[in-house]
Design a binder for this molecule. Structure first.
Ligand code: DAH
Length: 339
């Protein structure tokens, strides 16, 4: 029996494990009620009385050693916080959790992609702009009430320097420096002094499109809009143009699409009209062309502008605009896409 105890002692001292599960298995094997050490107690009955004391001490010592050794092994895993799987070199590498694109970026890319297929290329401009590019060049007279349409942020009390209120400012930057034909799409962030709520924010995003060439007509605009609406919202989508007013286009229109949530039947989202407004557009006002050094007798053009948040809401039914800028991963992780 002494040899058996010695052999077990050696075995336990050299015990090697690589997972917490193996520690538990060893505990069951050696220390549980039906384990090896308990079964030694059965043998103990047959030990001659004069040797019982010595053997008993050895069994107790073995039990003590086994308990300590297993405790030691258990702590090893708790200490390095690992599950022990790290020691398995044959395992595959850690899967790297993939991030997701921001929903506004997904939709921006999608919009730009559609216009790229029509031959448009991307143009960008500064967010801190001067009055000329945001307003004056676009036919906003100094005292024109249309300036009130957009609550402007001014920089350092200088009324000439503003945070752009729309991406139409990029139109003029490009027209001033590029000879027609011009076919650009301008995505970007814009700022307006609005109280923040679920439906308004002090910054948001727009995409502007501009096409200037000889003989560009309203029919070209309508065709581009129709193409865009169907590509973006599906082949069933209908469009409708309503007369509107913008200082930089004449004539101007706003485009509605058939509500893609109820399919045009009427629902709370479209206020039971079956239509939702998605963008402003029109033929570039000849004054704007002249302001930018383009001969308005030779060239005509169309422009359109839309809010990316609005299009994203329509696609994904995000009810609260503030979600877009809160960086809540639970919200962001829902958007997976090919972009
Ligand atoms: N800039 C306008 C806005 O922010 C949107 C817009 C309307 C852009 C008509 C255009 C346009 O290019 O033709 O409300």
């Amino acid at each position: 029996m002494i040899e058996k105890i010695e052999a077990l002692l050696a075995e336990i001292e050299q015990l090697q494990v690589s997972t917490p599960e193996e520690v538990e298995a060893a505990r069951v094997r050696y220390l549980s009620k039906k384990g090896i050490i308990s079964s030694l107690m059965d043998d103990f009955r047959n030990v001659p009385t004069e040797r019982k004391r010595e053997v008993g001490m050895r069994v107790n010592a073995l039990k003590q050693t086994a308990t300590e050794r297993l405790q030691q092994l258990k702590e090893l895993f708790v200490q390095n916080g690992s599950s022990g799987k790290e020691n398995d070199l044959s395992r595959t590498a850690y899967p790297v959790p993939l991030g997701t694109r921001h929903p506004l970026s997904i939709v921006r890319e999608e919009i730009c992609d559609i216009f790229k297929r029509l031959g448009f290329s991307i143009a960008e401009g500064p967010e801190v702009e001067d009055d000329w590019h945001v307003f004056s060049s676009l036919n906003f007279a100094d005292d024109h009430p249309a300036r009130d349409m957009q609550d402007t942020f001014f920089i350092q009390h200088d009324p000439q320097i503003v945070l752009r209120t729309h991406t139409s400012s990029v139109q003029t930057r490009v027209m001033e420096t590029t000879a027609p034909p011009i076919r650009i799409i301008c995505p970007g962030r814009v700022y307006r002094n609005e109280a923040i709520s679920y439906r308004a924010h002090c910054f948001f995003h727009q995409v502007e499109a501009l096409y200037i060439d000889e003989g560009v007509s309203f029919a070209d605009l309508k065709q581009a809009l129709f193409f865009f609406a169907r590509e973006m919202f599906g082949a069933e989508t209908k469009i409708r143009l309503r007369p509107s007013y913008f200082p930089f286009t004449e004539p101007s229109a706003e485009m509605d699409i058939s509500c893609n949530i109820c399919g045009g039947k009427g629902c709370p989202f479209c206020k039971h009209t079956g239509w939702v407004e998605i963008l402003g557009c029109g033929m570039v006002d000849p004054n704007v062309l002249e302001n930018c050094g383009i001969d308005s007798r030779k060239y005509t053009g169309y422009a359109l502008g839309m809010g990316i948040e609005r299009i994203t809401n329509l696609k994904y039914q995000v009810k609260d605009l503030r979600m877009f800028s809160e960086n809540d991963l639970r919200f962001l992780e829902q958007f997976r896409s090919a972009y």
